[in-house]
Design a protein around this ligand. Structure first.
Ligand SMILES: NC(=O)c1ccc[n+]([C@@H]2O[C@H](COP(=O)([O-])OP(=O)(O)OC[C@H]3O[C@@H](n4cnc5c(N)ncnc54)[C@H](O)[C@@H]3O)[C@@H](O)[C@H]2O)c1
Length: 325
């Protein structure tokens, strides 16, 4: 993937961003990572992620620079993009998480909608060849038809977080319409693996079940998620970056292709850590969806996307990493 200038990766200190930076560096790409170390979860975890990226850059003799910046601030973001003149931009920065977005929707609108407007505008002004933007399976809401396909209606998001992600897709469309800068929106389906965000269920359950603590389980265990292993997501992001210029504006699902019920997920985690869970059952939470399931026909056809990591294997890899971290 030969590039004239560096790539800007936003959200570089986060779970997905840090893995993506390492993959790009391994492909010989210069990377400028941007992150504001939002305190949504322990920023020491984000510093540790960046330390890993820096170690990879040293080992690979590759070029990585980190810039601490709030992307909702237009002036410093413009100055950065003018200095770097990125060949392309992969925009992963966001406030993630469904439940906290219900508590503070305005903060989500700023971090997700305002910052995306700034990133799109500055990418175009700085002459970037293309932009890839993280969306989410949450845009499908509680759609009854499964699996979820990209052309299905996605107009009934059930949380402020999901609404910001759908808004991002619409922002990208109108920006592409006006500028013709190729723009991909990627609907990630619950991503897991080493460095997974600590607020996400697999991470929480691995920690608590291994310490024989009680876990809170929302609903009767029949809800399901299409979990996607981090290496598969990163492969999909890189493929979309390479191919978006053939499409102009495009939405792609990136999922794991096999939905896992919550009770199966708990059984898998129990096998992996070697303890039975102690469960407190609670009602489903507002904003949570019942199931997600990605139709991968388009991403398979257009990106050659094909997830390769099975669920139990992926959970074992996350657990091995948690024990080392
Ligand atoms: N992890 C998943 O399962 C999942 C699923 C669907 C979509 N996504 C999307 O993928 C992207 C990455 O998710 P993640 O799980 O790696 O989350 P993460 O929270 O680990 O990473 C996001 C990073 O963005 C940074 N950030 C937030 N606001 C910023 C701002 N205003 N300026 C600069 N940096 C800012 C945060 O500090 C954080 O390091 C997000 O856009 C998220 O919405 C993730």
């Amino acid at each position: 993937m030969a590039e004239s200038g560096p790539l800007i990766v936003t959200g570089a200190a986060g779970f997905i961003g840090s893995h993506l930076c390492e993959r790009l560096l391994s492909l010989g790409i210069r990377v400028v990572g941007v992150d504001n170390f939002d305190p949504f979860y322990d920023t020491a975890i984000k510093r540790a992620n960046i330390d890993e990226v820096r170690r990879s850059a040293e080992r690979l003799r590759a070029s990585f620079e980190l810039v601490e910046l709030d992307l909702a601030e237009a002036s410093p973001t413009r100055a950065l993009f003018e200095r770097v003149r990125p060949a392309g931009v992969i925009h992963l920065a966001a406030k993630a998480g469904v439940r906290p977005s219900i508590a503070d929707p305005a903060a989500y609108a700023r971090a997700n909608v305002v910052a995306t407007a700034v990133v799109l505008e500055e990418s175009h002004r700085a002459g970037a060849s293309r932009v890839v933007v993280a969306s989410s399976s949450s845009v499908y809401g509680n759609a009854s038809r499964v699996p979820f396909a990209e052309d299905d209606p996605a107009n009934e998001p059930v949380s402020p977080y999901a609404a910001t992600k759908r808004a991002n897709e619409l922002q990208c469309y109108s920006h592409w319409h006006l500028t013709r800068m190729p723009t991909a929106c990627l609907r990630f389906f619950t991503v897991y693996g080493p460095r997974q965000r600590p607020d996400l269920a697999i991470s929480t359950f691995l920690g608590k079940i291994s310490r024989r603590e009680d876990i809170s389980v929302f609903g009767d265990g029949s809800s399901s998620r299409d979990y996607t292993f981090i290496d598969d997501i990163v492969s999909g992001v890189v493929a979309s970056y390479r191919r978006i210029d053939r499409f102009g504006y495009r939405v792609w699902n990136l999922g794991g292709s096999a939905p896992v019920r919550l009770d199966e997920m708990l059984a898998t985690i129990s096998r992996v850590v070697g303890h039975e869970p102690r469960i407190t059952r609670l009602p489903m939470q507002p904003g949570d969806v019942l199931r997600t399931w990605a139709d991968l026909a388009r991403s398979a056809r257009e990106l050659d996307y094909s997830p390769t990591t099975g669920f139990e294997d992926g959970v074992r890899r996350q657990w091995e990493w948690m024990k080392r971290a």
